[in-house]
Ligand binder design. Sequence first.
Ligand code: OSB
Ligand code: MG
Length: 369
Amino acid sequence: MIIKLIELVEIKMPLVSFFETSFGRTYERRIILTRVADKENNEGWGECTAGETPSYCEEWTDGCWSVLREILAPMVLDKEIESASQVWDLMKQVRGNRMAKAAIETAVWDLEAKKLNVPLWKHLGGTNREIACGVSIGIQDSVEQLFRKIQTELDVGYKRIKIKIAPHWDFEIIRQVREKFGNILLMGDANSAYSLSDIDLFKRMDAFCLMMFEQPLAHDDMLDHSKLQREIETPICLDESIRSPEDARKAIELGACKIINVKLGRVGGHAQTRLVETIARENSIPIWCGGMLESGIGRAHNIAMSTLKGFTLPGDVSASKRYWHEDIIEPEVLVTENGTIIAPVKAGIGFEVKRERIDKITVRKKELK
Ligand code: OSB
Ligand code: MG
């Protein structure tokens, strides 16, 4: 297979409602989509999951645009590869920039699956066609608003509620959520808002029996997480800290986490995800699929990835309509009344890409050949 064309398309999509984490509020997404094609014009689509600012990690929309256009696309174009699993190696000389790399790599996987006429999830080796879904609920302006959002999602059937936590929005909020909603599957994601000096707070929050605390400490830390984990009962789940299969191995060895959130972009695409999944599964560490407020294309890739055997906990993969008035794929992502998504039967990502819709919301595009 030879990739002859890489098209970058930046789109702008307003969120149905703002999303607030410990690092800030997002009202509107600026997303880079990638379209790759071979010489027979088979095509595949991917999505760059970087945020609009380098706050979750170093990567961000404008930075990814440059590195994709100037560095990564030329490394992949016109190179003979046997399969999509080799795309990562073509970009090996570049350090980091995993979300940008994944934008190209995942698109090639879609292309390859379409060429073989198989659903991407099967092509990746997925086994669980029906995946369990949770929701991630940002920091709200009031507790009442948070209660309303949680109630709405429970009514829809989602299996697990994740709330974002931060120093002004933690103990007392979780206490009230537990009091109102009882024994629901509940977890808190801090996006690195705390340090080891908060250890007593975490010990006190053990009383709420959360499924896990997600990334309580620094975005690049493992050692302090291992110290915190030794002091508390609640499992720690690492998100930001796990950027590679090697990171997963080290975190597990250190005892820095008991659960891992895998984000397709953060670890560099499907091939790297499969390696993380293997390491986690061999060490009996449950994993789940994290989200980055993706459009339908990124969501479709997340669904395919979530069918791998090791993904045993509900992920942050939810219906299109929670985020978008109109998605860019057809059908949009739907959730069953059991709070699950059923991976599609069609080839590749299994959803039609609505090119006309994309054209309407395109901010800039660039064809690289
Ligand atoms: O930490 O999981 C996170 C969104 C943006 C940046 C970081 C995170 C998130 C989410 C949203 O929690 C998950 C979703 O896409 O539903
Ligand atoms: Mg997180």
